[in-house]
Design a protein around this ligand. Structure first.
Ligand code: NAD
Length: 333
């Protein structure tokens, strides 16, 4: 049976990886991909895909996603968005894309009157802020301290409400920070968490906005992380989880992750690549960045997502740094 999947934000980092993973998913051997982004997306080699360049802040362009030769999708991955620092610095743009365009997509989906459509929304741990328990659980209340988290939480509430009303089969996955992001630095507040590994492994200097020397106690700032490989596995799993397995009152799932401090990252870099590479990390304090990243929770209880079948990285930062070093050597980072 053909499985038709729409991915918005398909030209982005995770969107591109997801398209390839869905194309290779043995559980759904015949996949039709509808790939949409404001930037022309690319099709995975050998896949059946339609590529749509669309600005999803325009409702007519959102509606057009459902009238391609592949027809109505069974699953929608809503990945497009303006990243954390981008929506903090440009409030209007963040609201337009992270809230208004998601609502348009939900409305277009609702108009199809096909409640079995799985609507998978990528949210973030940036929905949390304020005083938090040492370990976040499914009952921890989300009080964001930035425009990005506010936008994600607003859209989450709508995905939950549309699901409660039986208009869609919503699934909300709150992602840890994903390391190591390849390519050029993004405008995410968390970009340095990848940058301090990525740039040095490519022989380039990296700027760390937290702490002003390798000895600084501030390097103990912890983050909640996951590798891209594990995250993409979890994206695919998100569509296979039977609807009845989710908690009755919410479709929010915090994807599994692990805690690592900035120092843990630097130590993994030292171990994998040596002291000369570590020296490429420079420090320049950025108070806005520090405030936002410090407000995000550093540890979650993985029990619920693991019970749904999601998977977690084993071994902390070191295998992730080693994998990225291999990707650099292979020219794919
Ligand atoms: N990468 C992470 O660490 C991380 C962590 C938490 C949550 N997320 C979420 O996961 C999703 C994917 O993340 P990513 O790292 O691939 O981001 P990305 O920035 O690489 O991709 C986002 C894509 O959205 C597209 N987009 C922006 N505005 C658009 C518009 N008006 N119309 C159509 N497309 C538009 C961009 O062109 C881009 O290709 C995002 O929703 C992000 O908020 C990512």
């Amino acid at each position: 049976m053909v499985n038709t999947v729409l991915i918005t934000g398909a030209a982005g980092w995770l969107g591109g990886l997801l398209a390839t993973a869905l194309h290779n998913d043995p559980l759904t051997p015949d996949v039709h991909l509808i790939l949409a982004d404001i930037v022309e997306p690319k099709a995975p080699a050998g896949s059946k895909a339609v590529l749509i360049k669309a600005d999803l802040s325009d409702k007519a362009q959102v509606d057009a996603l459902f009238t391609t030769k592949f027809g109505v999708p069974d699953t929608i991955y809503c990945l497009h968005g303006i990243m954390s620092r981008g929506s903090e610095d440009n409030f209007e743009l963040g609201v337009k894309i992270n809230i208004d365009s998601v609502r348009s997509l939900l409305e277009s989906t609702r108009a199809l009157a096909k409640p079995s459509i799985k609507f998978i929304f990528t949210s973030s741990l940036a929905v949390y802020g304020g005083p938090l328990p040492p370990v976040v659980t499914p009952s921890t209340i989300a009080t964001p301290e930035g425009a990005y988290g506010m936008g994600k939480l607003t859209s989450e509430l709508m995905v939950n409400e549309y699901t409660r009303r039986g208009w869609i089969d919503g699934r909300i996955i709150r992602l840890p920070t994903i390391v190591v992001r390849p390519g050029v630095p993004s405008n995410a507040t968390s970009a340095f968490i990848s940058g301090i590994i990525r740039e040095p492994l490519k022989g380039l200097e990296a700027l760390c906005p937290i702490g002003d020397s390798y000895e600084s106690p501030e390097l103990s700032l912890p983050s909640w992380l996951a590798s891209p490989e594990t995250t993409i596995k979890n994206f695919v799993i998100a569509k296979h989880v039977p609807a009845e397995k989710f908690l009755k009152h919410t479709r929010v799932v915090c994807l599994p992750g692990f805690t690592a401090t900035v120092r843990d990252e630097l130590e993994a870099l030292l171990k994998v690549a040596g002291p000369e590479v570590l020296k490429l990390v420079k420090f320049k304090d950025d108070p806005i960045n520090r405030r936002i990243v410090s407000s995000w929770p550093p540890a979650f209880d993985n029990t619920y997502p693991l019970s749904l079948g999601f998977v977690v990285d084993e071994g902390g930062m070191e295998p992730i740094v080693r994998q990225f070093q291999k990707d650099v050597a292979a020219g794919i980072a």
